[in-house]
Design a protein around this ligand. Sequence first.
Ligand SMILES: [Zn+2]
Length: 66
Amino acid sequence: MNLEGAWICSTSNCGYMYVPAKGDRKGKIPPGTSFEELPEEWRCPVCGASKKAFRPMGELEKGGER
Ligand SMILES: [Zn+2]
């Protein structure tokens, strides 16, 4: 699975990960939509948290490689 540009929900007990390559079928987000392109009213399909509750997965990866 291509996890490039993935963002993870930081709410406790959630762990939902938004993956652009997959999109969000529940939220009617087509595959290929980057997290930045999601509408502001988009909510985590699991816990209902707003976009502000998400953290970029890429930040973690870059920190280890560079
Ligand atoms: Zn969530």
